[in-house]
Design a protein around this ligand. Sequence first.
Ligand code: SF4
Ligand code: F3S
Length: 104
Amino acid sequence: TYVVTDACIRCKYTDCVEVCPVDCFYEGETMLVINPSECIDCGVCEPECPAEAILPDTEDGLEKWLELNAKYSAEWPNITSQKEPPADADDHKGEEGKFEKYFS
Ligand code: SF4
Ligand code: F3S
């Protein structure tokens, strides 16, 4: 599966949603997540994200994000079309420590 990491927090560009063939993105207040049991591993979302927030879970050190994606995709609503990002999205692109600062 692919997973959304903390780079998405407060950026939420949602380009990813537009290309996913199986509509497996779910939306929280500060970020999106992927449902790992619905993702078909096609990889088309990864290069679409301007914040480089999406990675394959085959990369090292992503266990925390995989768990978070699995947990919240079961709780948050499905999002199937692109929407306006937050007005200050670009200010938070590439910012360090976003999970600790902003995730709720
Ligand atoms: Fe959707 Fe493909 Fe990205 Fe999985 S890898 S979330 S199926 S676009
Ligand atoms: Fe987030 Fe990137 Fe999608 S910022 S909403 S994972 S395009």
